[in-house]
Design a protein around this ligand. Structure first.
Ligand code: GAP
Length: 516
């Protein structure tokens, strides 16, 4: 099935099973804003817990905060967001559709990469085991031709971005004959800059209302609390401050479901270090964060690093962790070495000294910062994309299919369903008893409607790792069957072993053990 079709199905599945709904749907929705349903919120909370605990429980020198969304507007002047938090936009004069000029070029480059990859895949099939991809890429004329075209555009694009040369960005779009997907024409406007921050007013107009911004990143709330946390927590460098919270960006093109939203959530950690040590810490956090992703077991080959072509105004090194979504490799997380830019700017704009006295060096300095920044919603989409499976089955000689979300058990919204085989003979009461003994530790669901097969399918569709069935043998010997979602195998176990079986599998500890 084409990857776009898989993605469409996944979006429909998220709605049908209570994961994600379009916001304000009964009023026809609001562009790029979404609500999380009853299962979505549980998955989201589990993702946040996985991140939070991996930061503040696993690192004794990382602590958390929760800062306000509204902040003093000068913060955004100091951070550079008022002047430089822009995207280059371009309009197609025929369709009147607006695009991010950089994204149009990145998509063009992505298509060339795919074209080369297709040649590689064809050759791999032809040559089988003996295939040497590196050698093939270096010697095959067709691949070389595609990649040299790719590299030429890529070099021009990187330079144009670095020089903020918008005429050249437009020229690349024209030269590459990039057309509007709606009108199919190359009738483009000039490229212009567009600031992504939302603003509103605080206070009544008679008081002289203050223009405030909805924060476009949570990081600034950490920077402006650096002194508070360092002093009250008696923190010694190196140390980190972690935060989870909402961020807002007036994205020009909001597409691909919850991948790019106007209201979203970030999980950010600023790690304050001695000047000169930041690139070593950058390397360390790069490795730690990649292993956090890989621990989920979705296949190491589906992750890669992408070094930034153009460094943000505050960074001296930056890399993205990308995941292979159904629509290609895309950023899930950014790791940035932000120098001492932000703290220095806040020191200058606020007039307050923001420094650390390092007792080992016997000197004061403005700390350098390594940041890890990941979107909760994007991570959610990554997990749902990776977990979504359509399987062909043969059951009792008949062909069947099932849709199953193969979430890591620790992140699954519902951990177990308890299902009485029939609605009589004391089986529902027994099932309730089991739920009552487990509900304080695990999110459980009770379901007695429809055939047992249909109930299993419903649980597969929301990714429940365990289904416990109470049958006529249960009242006799206090045993039940436990069915495992991925293998669909069942085994008979005593009720008093359920807690241990489930808790071992759903504990975050099993994931933490895999993080470097
Ligand atoms: N403080 C640094 C910062 O905000 P970023 O690369 O702009 O860096 C970090 O954002 C992460 O936040 C991204 O990797 C992505 O996961 C998430 N993110 C950014 N913009 C988003 C949007 N419009 N919708 C959903 N997630 C977004």
């Amino acid at each position: 099935m084409a990857q776009e079709d898989v993605f469409k199905k996944l979006v429909a599945h998220c709605k049908e099973y209570g994961f994600v709904f379009p916001s304000s749907e009964i009023y026809d929705g609001l562009g790029a804003v979404y609500d999380y349903g009853q299962h979505g919120v549980e998955l989201k909370n589990n993702i946040k817990k996985y991140w939070w605990d991996s930061m503040v429980l696993l690192h004794e020198n990382v602590v958390g905060i929760d800062s306000a969304i509204f902040m003093h507007p000068t913060i955004w002047k100091a951070s550079g967001h008022v002047d430089a938090f822009n995207d280059p936009l371009i309009d197609n004069k025929d369709s009147k559709k607006r695009y991010r000029a950089d994204v149009l070029i990145e998509e063009y480059l992505g298509k060339l990469e795919d074209k080369a990859q297709k040649e590689v895949d064809k050759a791999r099939k032809r040559f089988g085991e003996s295939f040497d991809e590196q050698m093939f890429r270096q010697t095959n004329g067709r691949v070389q031709e595609i990649m040299s075209q790719h590299d030429a555009v890529h070099t021009r694009f990187a330079k144009a971005l670095n020089d903020a040369d918008f005429e050249e960005i437009r020229q690349i779009i024209i030269d590459c004959e990039i057309v509007c997907p709606i009108s199919g024409t190359k009738n483009w406007t000039d490229v212009r800059q567009f600031n992504l921050m939302f603003s509103t007013e605080m206070g009544s107009t008679s008081d002289g209302a203050l223009k405030v911004y909805l924060r476009p990143e949570t990081a600034q709330g950490i920077f402006v609390n650096y002194l508070n946390v360092q002093k009250t927590g008696r923190m010694k460098i190196p140390f980190g401050i972690a935060q989870i919270g909402k961020a807002f960006r007036n994205e020009i093109v909001a597409r691909q479901f919850i991948f790019r939203m106007r209201e979203f959530e970030q999980m950010e950690m600023q790690f304050f270090v001695r000047p000169g040590s930041e690139l070593d810490w950058f390397k360390t956090w790069k490795a730690t964060r990649l292993s956090w992703h890989k621990a989920l077991g979705f296949g190491d080959e589906n992750y890669r690093f992408h070094e930034h072509e153009k460094l943000a105004h505050y960074a001296n090194a930056a890399v993205d962790i990308e995941y292979r979504f159904p629509f290609g490799f895309k950023e899930v997380e950014g790791i940035h070495s932000r120098t001492n830019f932000d703290l220095s700017q806040h020191q200058q704009f606020s007039g307050k000294k923001i420094q650390y006295f390092d007792p080992e060096l016997n000197e004061s300095y403005v700390p350098y910062v390594v940041e890890t920044s990941i979107g909760v919603d994007r991570m959610f989409l990554q997990i749902v994309s990776a977990a979504y499976c359509e399987e062909e089955l043969v059951s009792e000689g008949k062909k069947d299919t099932r849709v199953v979300l193969k979430f890591p058990a620790a992140l699954a919204p519902v951990k177990l369903a308890v299902l009485p085989l029939v609605k009589k003979d004391g089986l529902p009461e027994k099932a309730r008893e089991i739920i009552n003994s487990l509900k304080f530790d695990f999110n459980c669901q009770y379901d007695e409607k429809d055939s047992i097969g249909k109930r299993y399918r419903r649980q597969d569709a929301i990714g429940t790792p365990f289904c416990v069935t109470v049958d006529h043998q249960t009242p006799e010997d206090n045993t039940v069957t436990i069915r495992y979602r991925d293998t669909m195998l069942q085994e008979r176990v005593p009720i008093d072993q359920l807690h241990d079986i489930i808790s071992e599998k759903v504990s975050l500890k099993s994931l933490f053990a895999k993080i470097v």
